[in-house]
Design a protein around this ligand. Structure first.
Ligand SMILES: Cc1cc2nc3c(=O)[nH]c(=O)nc-3n(C[C@H](O)[C@H](O)[C@H](O)COP(=O)(O)OP(=O)(O)OC[C@H]3O[C@@H](n4cnc5c(N)ncnc54)[C@H](O)[C@@H]3O)c2cc1C
Length: 485
């Protein structure tokens, strides 16, 4: 460990995850640690993901926010919570099946939220350095001991040293991609595990009352391989006449869709078509609310794989999108980022207080995140691969016939469904495609069981990691081969 560090903790990236990590570390250390958050944006634009804004669907389950509130005492209310919802409804491509995943949730205002997070952080003595784009990590003796970047205002190189650097710079993290220490952290993501996504924030006139297209009390998801190849479309209410509407696609599926249809559409064209095909949303107008300035249209990437197989190295940890935490099934990354950031604060304090910020000293973070959230993500990754390989007809059939009440309850709480209905129906299933679908659903359920068990056996120390990961790869390769599309 670097002997004379300026800070105990440097949090790289002052977005959603970064601000919670900092606050959590302050909470668990009773404000005894010297913590610095560094973000490339000016303070007024803290947490902005890209030039395009704070691009997000903005939806989060109340249970995730409660997780943070109950542990580290941070609570959110209006205006950062812009609109409450009662759950999510997913529609089949033919709109004949609607599955309601009930559970309170919030539609956040991602532009406003970082300002609330900033106030919370400043109150507990956290320092924030803005306008600073980080370019690399400072390494000494195979340990991360600081960060290097550019002061964007004065065009100067800055260096800051810390006992620990927490990487919260989001999915495109240059720090992770160029990581120079020896560690088990995976540096790059497979292109097929990313979704290209985009959304508008619109005010609009309501035309009719078809709740399958807009519901002020529910987040709507439209599954349709023509509308959003390898992904889905969403209509999330931000008020009675205000909406966050967009979609995500898997690039590979989008390319084959364009080829099949003889088209050359881009993501924006797809989103524009999606908006104009919505019969309820009339005269959409980009929101010019002060709360949405610079944030009413944008595209960005989101990962849909399991979290990084290892999230710690000597002096370095990954939290949030930089660790590929969004849920593989729906790309919901706010919940896991909140959970991981809350947990990480405790692990950071334990490591610093025991004077061991080595991979071994930080290892418990891997285990703690897996225990509270990460145990299920590999199974959901397999399920996502299956879904991406299905035709609209198969999705229609599957949603109509194969989802039991128990399965819906499982998906509602973010778990893999069991598809027990498939066994009961086995003699009644007509058509080779539907039989294959039934088999594949049962396969994902059984593979999920194996994967959850495997994650429950995540090695307690780094020594066992290589063997553990080999077995994980064996399971994933088998499933990937089965669902190659
Ligand atoms: C279109 C879209 C829709 C989504 N919808 C939802 C949804 O409805 N619900 C949900 O739960 N999740 C959703 N997600 C995912 C969710 O937005 C992310 O999981 C969440 O923002 C992750 O927070 P984070 O803090 O890890 O990363 P980010 O929000 O990306 O924050 C990273 C921060 O680090 C800063 N930064 C990056 N690089 C550097 C650097 N080199 N130097 C200094 N600072 C840097 C950035 O400027 C930013 O402030 C969506 C994502 C997209 C793209």
């Amino acid at each position: 460990m670097h002997s004379s560090c300026e800070y105990d903790v440097i949090v790289a990236g002052g977005g959603l995850a970064g601000m919670i990590v900092a606050s959590s570390a302050a909470f668990y250390s009773k404000q005894s640690l010297k913590i610095l958050v560094i973000d490339r944006n000016p303070i007024s634009d803290l947490g902005k993901k890209t030039m395009n804004g704070w691009v997000c669907g903005d939806a989060v389950g109340k249970n995730s926010v409660d997780y943070m509130t109950n542990r580290i005492g941070i609570s959110w209310s209006s205006p950062e919570i812009e609109h409450p919802v009662n759950g999510v409804i997913a529609y089949s491509p033919d709109h004949e099946t609607a599955i309601s995943f009930d559970g309170e949730g919030y539609i956040l205002n991602r532009r406003v939220l970082p300002q609330k997070q900033l106030q919370d952080a400043l109150k507990v003595g956290i320092e924030v350095l803005d306008n600073t784009a980080l370019r690399s990590l400072i390494i000494e003796d195979n340990y991360v001991v600081g960060v290097e970047g550019e002061d964007l205002k004065n065009k100067e190189i800055i260096k800051k040293t810390g006992k620990l650097v927490i990487d919260c710079t989001g999915v495109t993290s240059v720090l992770r991609t160029n990581l120079q220490i020896k560690s088990f952290i995976q540096k790059r993501i497979d292109r097929d595990d990313l979704e290209s996504t985009g959304r508008y924030i619109y005010d609009f006139d309501i035309d009719g009352d078809d709740k399958t297209y807009f519901d002020p009390d529910y987040c709507i998801i439209h599954l349709d391989q023509n509308l959003a190849p390898g992904g889905y479309g969403w209509v999330f209410p931000k008020g009675k006449n205000k909406v966050n509407i967009g979609l995500g696609v898997q690039q590979k599926a989008f390319i084959s869709y364009n080829k099949k249809m003889g088209k050359n559409k881009d993501l924006k064209m797809l989103i524009d078509e999606y908006v104009s095909s919505n019969p309820i949303i009339s005269k959409p107008k980009l929101s010019d609310d002060e709360m949405d300035i610079g944030n009413n249209w944008g595209t960005w990437q989101v990962s849909v794989r399991r979290q990084n197989d290892c999230m710690v190295g000597n002096g370095y940890m990954l939290v949030g999108d930089s660790a590929w935490m969004p849920k593989p099934l729906d790309a919901g990354g706010i919940g896991p980022a909140i959970i991981a950031a809350t947990i990480a604060g405790r692990n950071i304090v334990e490591a610093i207080q025991s004077n061991d910020v080595s991979e071994n000293g930080l290892w418990k973070y891997n285990l703690d995140f897996i225990k509270d959230y990460g145990y299920k993500t590999a199974g959901l990754e397999i399920f996502r691969r299956l879904l991406q390989s299905l035709s609209n007809e198969q999705i229609n059939y599957g949603m109509k016939h194969f989802l039991s009440k128990l399965d819906i309850e499982k998906i509602t709480v973010g778990e893999h469904p069991e598809f027990n209905t498939v066994d009961k129906l086995s003699l009644l299933i007509r058509g080779a495609m539907n039989k294959k679908l039934a088999d594949n659903l049962k396969y994902t359920a059984s593979m999920n069981k194996k994967l959850v068990e495997h994650y429950n056996n995540y090695p307690l120390v780094p020594d066992g990691f290589a063997d553990w990961q080999n077995i994980l790869f064996k399971y994933l390769n088998e499933s990937n081969t089965r669902f190659q599309n």
